[in-house]
Structure formats: C-alpha cells, structure tokens
Ligand binder design. Sequence first.
Ligand code: DGY
Length: 319
Amino acid sequence: MKVFISGNIAPVALQQLEENNISITQWKEDRQITPDELIEACKNQDGFISVGPNKINADFLNACSHLKVIALHSVGFDQVDVETAKKLNIPVGNTPGVLSAATADTAFLLMLAVSRKAFFGYKKIIDGNWVKYEPAQELGIELNGKTLGVFGLGKIGLEMAKKCKAAYGMNVIYHNRSKNEEAEKEVDAQYVSFDELLAQSDVLTVHTALTSETKEKFSLEVFKKMKTSSIFINTARGGIHNEADLTQAITEKIIWGAGLDVTNPEPMDKNNPLLFMESVAVLPHIGSATEETRAAMAELIVENILAGLKGEQLPYPIY
Ligand code: DGY
C-alpha cells in the first residue's frame, strides 16, 4: 500500500507506517503544495495524510476518488468538502482530543502576553528602543477575577476555562449551539446569549470550528458590542474574525487588544499593522505544536490510515 504525505510529521508516524509495509512519498519542499501538484501526487496512492491547509474540495476529491482514506493532521476539518467525501465514500479522519491541552496553553499564553503587552515589549528591546525606565508606559491590565467568555465551549475551550479559573479565579461564561453540562459542573460556566457574551467578557476566547455560520462572525459590528477594555483571543481559525475590522477595532480603541494564533490569510504578511500594535500578540499557528502533542496526533493519524487501508471504519472519523 502507498501513502502520500503533504508535509513533515512526527518521525514516530513514519516509522509505524514503514513497520506496516506502507510505502511513503512525502512533500519535502519549503512551500505549500499547489492543488494541481496535490492531485498529481495522490494519483497512484492508496492513502493521503494531509498536513497543512490543503483544499480537500470537490475538484480534489473527484480527481482522487480512488483514495481509500484521507487522514488529516489536524482536529479542524473546515478545508474538507464533507458532503462530496461522503458521496464518493472516501473516509476522512482527524485528530480529536489529543491537542486540547496544548492549544488551550497557546490561548492562555496569548491572553497573558496581550494583557501585559509582552510581544511589544520584546520588540522594543530588539529595536533598540529601551532607553530608560518608564513607569507610566506600556501598562497592561490584570486578569484576576475577570470574566472569561468562551465562544465554542468544547474540549479546547474547557481546557482554557480550567486554566483561567485556576490561575486567576476567572468567572466563566460561554456561548455554544448547545449547552455543555460538563463545563457547567467543572468550571461553573454559565451559558449566555451571544450578545451577553460580547457585553460581559473581559477576555473573549474563540474555540469554535470555521463554518458558514461562524465565518467572519467577529466583525466591526460585533467588536462594537464588546467592552473597550476587552481582549479578543483566536486560536481556532483566522476566517472567524474579519482582520481589517479587528485592526480598526484596536486602532480606534473599540476593544483593548487581541491575541491571534490564526490569521487570514496564513501566513500573515510581515508588514501587517497588527504586528506593530502594543496590545497585540500574533503567533504563526502553533496551537498544538509541542513534541508530545505532535507525537500523539501522529498516533491517531496512523490509526486512521491503517484502518482505512484495510477498509475498516476509521477510529476518528469526521463524518
Ligand atoms: C488543528 O488541529 O485544527 C490545528 O489548528 C492545526 O490545523
């Protein structure tokens, strides 16, 4: 059996695939593979491990309907045309659960970095602008006892809520399509309407999937309903906020700051104005990037691939 991998993955996965006599072809170039190259690369393969934002759309799926399995190197699957995959009977699997703690760590890191203008302070030093002690400059805001609003309280959101509650005694409110009773018990989270979430959150953290419902949900109109002292955190998908509106909201002090691990587009342009703002912290989509989590994701990917190649039900299917 043959598998194409569109990027680098943890060596443990390659080793396990080889132990199962699977022949691997891997995309090794520094740039992202193009849609045409991807179709060409998957032509004579049995399985495909999708690393990065490859568009698994109708064009790709129709051209590669021979694939026995597609294993995503992510929990998010907004890049997949699920209806077409279903219609063509191509099983697609993802990596749920194992990356919740690492991704929540990234959200927490951004929240703290924004609240203390940490990235801006670092830039000030490397730009040679730290010239004297300035007690009235770059003042941050404290998080103790503040309200954390979670938009999309699933596994990752719950991990973030636990950390915020343990570290700062934050009060947790959330807005979901349906109530999360586990979270209500574990962190005393209170369900609120979307408008209440906007009005009450001191830190609003996004942990929902990118869908037609959540696409550009955070627009200028929405930022205007938030507190002027609030921090917006997005570690889910860049498409959930409108980046020009977010830039305007921070510039015009409609909200206080933002922490992003996801941008729109990715990679973010190095001259993007958000990168030069005091109360903004941006990371290059490293949410789940730890040795431990990437190894755990690799295990799930291998399980999905092996099951799919044998024609068995995937252990972690997206549909
Ligand atoms: C995920 O797992 O969805 C991460 O954001 C990587 O894409």
